[in-house]
Write a protein of this length. Structure first.
Length: 365
């Protein structure tokens, strides 16, 4: 007798500036999904429509999926008696129970705790960090506060809030005096390097500050001292027991790893494993696990760091739903330690099923 397949609801797209990145990621996830899963694919358009998508995987990245004739409304029911998806076709509503949700959503509303809170309300296990951890990891100021409290070295920074209505010239002067030049402006709640600017002087600062506030959308940005050195990252996975993947290294021609570098590899190269000695390699893996613990992460996270000329490792940020294309950093680092893409998906689903439906990130007793 065949065992019942695990039904996985895979969500992609989203109301986010990283919508297109999600489309690239979900293609790889769907192509590498183990055959013993029953997949329900749910697309979220840029304007916030939720629909079941049953068409070709190949038509997802060029937005053709939104013109599919078989689309029907599909939403996560917050009613715990359903524990599933409501498929709505005209006047007919069908409840489709699911065992787990796999959000392949980047940026706002996808990895900031918003959809994780919905899953927790619904009582449906899901891949990745819980609501609070996701929200704190998305907010760069909160990440700094928590990680620094755990004794992990971070770049010096200062926060700027929209409600302060500070004059940009005054903000620049304060940052110059406190952080020195150059420094970075970063939205507190955005990813994929949107709204990030390297500031080397006052010219253009006001426009850069306004752009960072625009991409943040929640009225808060941070100004961060530029760290001399190069960027590395480490993939981390687990609940109570945590494993670190390999460490990779980013080589860039510009001042930071921007959108074109991340997704088009323009003037950038990634080396996995990183070209560092074993002592630094293991120190980076250890810091990644410490940051993962400090932020109470579960499921998966990519931890980004810097290595300075003096061989000091400085924490940068965490990404709770990192890129998942075939060449993305997270799956590449896990592949390097012997976890191929299909097994990675299987492991992440298993970790989610181990957790309580309430989403507290702890294994069931």
């Amino acid at each position: 007798m065949n065992e019942k397949k695990i039904r996985v609801a895979v969500l992609f797209g989203g109301v986010s500036s990283e919508h297109e990145i999600s489309l690239m990621s979900v293609q790889s996830v769907l192509r590498n999904m183990p055959e013993d899963y029953e997949v329900l694919t749910i697309g979220i358009t840029k304007d916030g429509r939720w629909v079941e998508y049953t068409g070709s995987i190949d038509e997802i990245t060029d937005q053709k999926w939104e013109q599919d004739k078989n689309l029907r409304t599909a939403v996560v029911s917050p009613d715990r008696s359903h524990k599933g998806i409501l498929l709505i076709d005209k006047d007919q509503v069908t409840v489709v129970p699911v065992d787990i949700c796999f959000p392949v959503l980047h940026g706002k509303h996808g990895e900031d705790g918003t959809i994780q809170g919905l899953f927790q309300l619904a009582g449906i296990p899901f891949v990745g960090c819980n609501m609070i951890s996701s929200a704190n990891c998305m907010d760069k100021e909160m990440t700094h506060i928590i990680v620094e409290h755990a004794g992990i070295p971070c770049a010096p920074y200062m926060s700027v809030y929209a409600w302060e209505h500070r004059d940009p010239a005054e903000v620049f002067a304060a940052a110059r005096d406190q952080l020195g030049l150059p420094f970075f402006i970063k939205p507190c709640n955005a990813g994929s390097s949107y709204g990030i600017h390297c500031i080397e002087g006052e010219e253009g600062f006001a426009q850069a500050l306004a752009d960072a506030f625009y991409h943040d959308g929640k009225g808060k940005v941070i100004l961060e001292k530029a760290i001399e050195g190069f960027e590395i990252g480490c993939a981390v996975m687990g609940n109570e027991e945590v494993i670190a993947g390999s460490v990779d290294e980013i080589e860039i021609a510009g001042s930071f790893f921007d959108y074109e570098g991340k997704y088009e590899m323009k003037d950038a190269a990634i080396y996995c494993p990183a070209r560092i000695d074993e002592e630094l390699f293991e120190a980076a893996r250890d810091m990644a696990k410490r940051a993962y613990r400090a932020m109470n992460c579960s499921g998966m996270t990519r931890v980004d760091m810097f290595v300075t000329p003096s061989r000091t490792i400085i924490f940068n940020e965490l990404n709770t739903i990192p890129g998942f294309t075939a060449t993305s950093r997270y799956p590449s680092m896990m592949k390097e330690i012997g976890i191929p893409f299909p097994q990675l998906i299987d492991d992440l689903v298993d970790l989610a099923l181990q957790r309580k439906a309430g989403g507290d990130g702890r294994a069931e007793q």
